[in-house]
Write a protein that binds this ligand. Structure first.
Ligand code: HSE
Length: 428
């Protein structure tokens, strides 16, 4: 058997503690599969004595993750601190500077600094893996960069934030408003320390940006993403969507269009009986669509100790086996600059309007849509007691720009009593 592979683990939160636990519990099967022992040399976290339900007494302790990354008895730096920059990035760069391989679960760092870090790693001859950064335990990075390496990718889609999917599912099940279910999710500990990372679509956007790079051979371009969170989704939207056979999901979509790279993370309507429409609570789903392979659906736990730690250790075993793969599936220097194209692909849209109930208002709305070149597919006005008439419109396929122009026209006409809601209907 070869020499043991020696790990330094930076960050002993849920995922870090899970990595230690699985490694301790499964050491025999992991060593057999890896062809060598995998051992922890040293760990680092904010607090040494915090109860974690794991025994770390056999490992050296470092307060500073950079010092951990520089230790001579560490071959692989496992970065589980999180955060776009700071100690996480410093420790990863320190590890690479001394020729160490890196495994990380840090989507924010890679979405923003991934190109630079990948170039550094490849220049230093280091492997940088991040399966746990996208959709927790779902092996989507491997599927895309290895299994589908020969295919031309057409589209990548995913429900990749369990917290948002939990909130949307519970709103539909209970009929309760967003705010109430948000508080429920908070009390269950589902939300990130900064909840906007979840409900604002940022966390899921980070994940999509990483998948886009691998799928289309482009530099990670998080800034080029169109991001919209779920905060404005009302119970009315969820119920109207359900009445028309749809469910609302925070859906990420990336595809190369004639105008450039379209990357969207936004609430969308999807058919309720589709695999994406069927995803409930905190479960994640990723759809990889290749010209040759067709659609591949991967679903499972997108967060949590076991799934995420398992993904980290899968990367470690790959490194122990000597597998070498470029960070984003091809040399970082060969990735093309991304040319962002905002909502270039046409699609149907759902519009929810609250209109003044007076003669001619519907004609005004129809004119505004017609003037913008938007054709109506279905339209409903709901029964109401007050002077405000709720109207739902489903359009034929059109662009977001045309929808925006139509909305400007509707609002400008004074017909609308509240901000119109426009959601894309994703064709699967
Ligand atoms: N907060 C994320 C989620 C998990 O709710 O899916 C970490 O990315």
């Amino acid at each position: 058997m070869s020499d043991p592979l020696r790990l330094g683990i930076a960050g002993l939160g849920t995922v870090g503690a899970g990595v230690v636990r699985i490694l301790q519990e499964n050491s025999t099967i992991i060593s057999r599969r890896a062809g060598r022992d995998i051992r922890i040399s040293a760990v680092s976290a904010r607090e040494r004595t915090k109860p974690r339900g794991i025994d770390i007494s056999g490992y050296a302790w470092e307060h500073d993750p950079v010092a951990l990354a520089l230790r001579s008895d560490v071959d692989v730096h496992i970065e589980l601190i999180g955060g776009e920059a700071g100690a996480a990035k410093d420790s990863v760069e320190a590890a690479i500077s001394t020729g160490k391989n890196v495994v990380t679960a840090n989507k924010a760092m890679l979405a923003v600094h991934g190109q630079k870090i990948a170039e550094l790693a490849e220049l230093a001859g280091c492997v940088l893996r991040f399966e746990a950064a996208v959709a927790g335990g779902i092996p989507v990075i491997k599927a895309l960069s290895e299994s589908m390496a020969a295919d031309r990718i057409i589209r990548v889609m995913g429900v990749m934030n369990g917290t948002c999917n939990y909130i949307l599912t519970r709103m539909e099940e209970t009929g309760l408003a967003y705010g109430e279910i948000f508080r429920e999710a908070e009390s269950l500990g589902y939300l990130e320390a900064d909840p906007n990372l979840d409900v604002g679509g940022i966390d899921a956007g980070h994940k999509l940006a990483l998948l886009t790079s691998i799928a289309f051979g482009t530099r990670v371009d998080f800034a080029g993403l169109e991001i919209e969170g779920i905060q404005k989704i009302t119970i009315e939207d969820i119920e109207q969507a359900r009445d028309m056979g749809f469910r609302i999901k925070l859906l990420g979509v990336a595809r190369m269009t004639d105008d450039g790279m379209e990357q969207r993370m936004q609430p969308c309507l999807v058919p309720a009986d589709s695999p994406i429409g069927q995803i409930k609570n905190a479960t994640n789903i990723v759809v990889l669509e290749g010209a040759a392979a067709g659609q591949i659906f991967l679903r499972g736990a997108g967060a949590g100790e076991g799934p995420t730690a398992m993904a980290v250790l899968g990367d470690v075993v790959d490194i122990a086996r000597g597998r070498r793969i470029s960070t984003f599936g091809q040399p970082a220097t060969s990735l093309q600059p991304s040319r962002p194209a905002q909502s270039a692909e046409v699609g149907p849209y759902y519009l929810r309007l609250l209109l003044e109930d007076r003669p001619g208002v519907l004609a005004t709305v129809a004119s505004a849509l017609g003037d913008a070149g938007v054709s109506i597919n279905r339209m409903r006005q709901y029964g109401h007691e007050s002077e405000a008439a709720p109207v739902i419109i489903v359009t034929h396929r059109t662009t977001r720009n045309r929808i925006n122009t139509a909305i400007e026209g509707i609002v400008g006409s004074g017909a609308s009593l509240s901000d119109p809601v426009a959601l894309r209907i994703e064709e699967l």
